[in-house]
Design a protein around this ligand. Sequence first.
Ligand code: ADP
Ligand code: MG
Length: 733
Amino acid sequence: MRTAGGLGRLGLETVEDLLRHYPRRYGSPGEMTEIGRLVPGEHVTVMAQVRTAQVRTMRSRGGAMLEAVVTDGRDTLQLTFFAKRAGVLRMHESKLVPGRAGLFTGTVGEYRGRRQLTHPDYIIVGVDAADQDEAMLEASRPIPIYPAAASVPTWRIGRSVRTVLDPLVEEDVPDPVPEEIRKERGLPTLLEALRAVHVPDDPEDWRRGRDRMRFEEALVLQTALARRRAAREALAAVPRPRAGGRLVDALDARLPFPLTGSQREVGATIAQDLAAATPMLRLLQGDVGAGKTVVALRAMLQVVDAGGQAALLAPTEVLAAQHLRTLEQLLGPLGHGGMLGGADTATRVALLTGSQGSKARRVALAEAASGAAGIVVGTHALLSEGVQFADLGLVVVDEQHRFGVEQRDALRARGAHPPHMLVMTATPIPRTVAMTVFGDLETSLLTEKPAHRAEIATHVVPADNEAWLARAWARVREEVDQGRRVYVVCPRIDADDAPEEADALAGAPESDAGGALELDDGAGEAPKAPLASVSETAVMLGERPELAGVRIGVMHGRLAPESKDAAMAAFASGEAPVLVSTTVIEVGVDVPDATMMVVLDAERFGISQLHQLRGRVGRGSLPSVCLLVSRAEEGTVGKERLDALAATTDGFELAEKDLELRREGDVLGAAQSGGRNSLRLLRVVRDAALIDEARAVARRIVDADPELHEAPALAAAIDSWLGEDREEFLERG
Ligand code: ADP
Ligand code: MG
């Protein structure tokens, strides 16, 4: 059957899949699509009224054609059907009666300057009804518009859904939301909600159904998280209380700076967690430079003071080595345990990496196993390689908010008492996401940054305004003349190159233009124009009068390592004070004299990426400026992103904004976009309050009935959700 095949292509294989394939939005028969806004090439579903329809024979080609014109009351759209014989077209003609409204779906084309759909699929509102009354009702019902494909128009999905839905009775549809909770919150049953969502009588109906589905999604997810949490809390950890914190106090006494209020606060919370007999699992978020390392070190020393050991895991060997140096410097004699001149409370810090020499490695392994090293620094391999610890009490994971299942299993496999765990990240994870996805982790924020960071002023510059651009390049010259450095960032390496983007925004799905009740704005991409490339921009800048005589360097991922080093050295020394680069400078580059960054085609980058990029300037005490050159037009999401960046340098505020501007499918990554049994309706920003409530309900349910004996449908919903490779998704963190 054609429909069945088509539905399969949409990933709708079971009855449940189909019923859970919710309408994206609802058309209302009175509400027409703005035809003037249709973009050629887009696949659309349009609500419009038939104005004329006429069959003509084409003498030249010997066939027949039907031309119909539909309108939204202002603009018109032409529908064209071709056939060998006119007879076939009469069927269409009899349906396309002037005055009737319908939904038309197809790809927008242009013919002689007029927009048209060729061979559109369509449905005329209210004509399938059996009698007059039903026709009236049909004609006034909101029309569900499903995420569809060109081969499977929305109404074919709708029809299949109704075929499946109509004969169902309550017993057929076990409800994951327990009855008691439903009553408490005044929610419809699952079956009632499915009917309301798929065959609503009025907008109130589908809203009620949709809200219930949202709650259900939140409840399933939060109950899964609550169960994990309960399981974790049932484990016993060794308490490592702060009492007699000799190393902690000694470190505090020798720190060259006072701790920020934030560091103290978070420190106190962690100190408490470590003293508990259940394993800590805490996510510490703090923007780059917020001072997470000291917080981690104080926690590690508390554990050492209490007789245990701590491991600090970095994402790369280079960063592990850097951590070792930082810790040794902060500790001074406190880290020289057993050595001449070491304090008597002192411990040792060992480094374990795959690339170190076998002798150094043997020594480090011995120190870890004997307990001589209170702190062991390494990469994640440290855990999986079965390194022996005398008494591992705390694992700190740095800059990795995706700490996978294997690592956590490796930790659990370390005997009866799992260590406490602290996960640190500079990637701002908004509270709302943390709550949804990391629901079983506690989270802490380092909100305050150590003082004396320079201001970065950010401005959005329209790319098509030559006067502004000239001013921008003149400003670059001014910085250079003052002995400072300037980054110019481009999305591509050279002219015939794909963008070198790390976090390109996910493409928008099929876009329906329509009399939308819930229509998301499109991604708002600017019209396609060639993107700035490193090679072209370097040449262009060399020719700008403003920059005459200034040496310009280039940097990108395809350069040989020596060329990269040379380019960086020339930039750092000021020999080539302007560096045209791709986003490779995003990580690890630290040039304190860099005071300006110009990002070309800035709308091509995501918010977080621009935030990271911008972090390359303003590192010294000099005030800095960041110019975001863009073609994004006012009112587009792209422009809104840039405006958000111009408005704040607060990474968390930006992350929240980013979420708000993304479609739900992008928020949690591929794991939940479009697939089956995923978060279909829930959005972490908009539904934050709902998620909070669901979390409280979930904890209540799990506290009363940890195995969910009383709520089998909820248990099944969780299993099916987790079955889809979600385990890892939950394990993030
Ligand atoms: P991140 O959170 O990015 O890991 P770090 O821990 O590396 O940040 O700290 C960044 C810099 O700030 C380091 O040089 C560190 O010594 C310094 N620092 C940390 N805490 C403070 C503080 N309270 N006052 C001043 N400087 C601090
Ligand atoms: Mg750090």
